[in-house]
Design a protein around this ligand. Sequence first.
Ligand SMILES: [Zn+2]
Length: 96
Amino acid sequence: MTQDETNTSNEQLDEAPVNDPETFGGCPVCGKNDGYLNNGCDHWFYCEAHKIRWCFGENLFSSWKYETEEDFRRTRELLADYEVAPCKPFRDPKTN
Ligand SMILES: [Zn+2]
């Protein structure tokens, strides 16, 4: 994962493939991600192989609005023992 400056906009986010590490960050070990899960309005991307997760942001995708407390609870259980990794900033103050 690089700390490249990004100009990602919300429109680009909607079109970006969800597993794209360039947009959403990647596992510090293998550089990939396995998509994301919502805990409330927080979006957690994760790498299943290395049990690493990183919070990409909140309320960037509308998917969380269609999930229930039960879904969030399952997400918390699943990701509870994952290690938290830093995520590259979605909006870098230098470029946005
Ligand atoms: Zn990994």
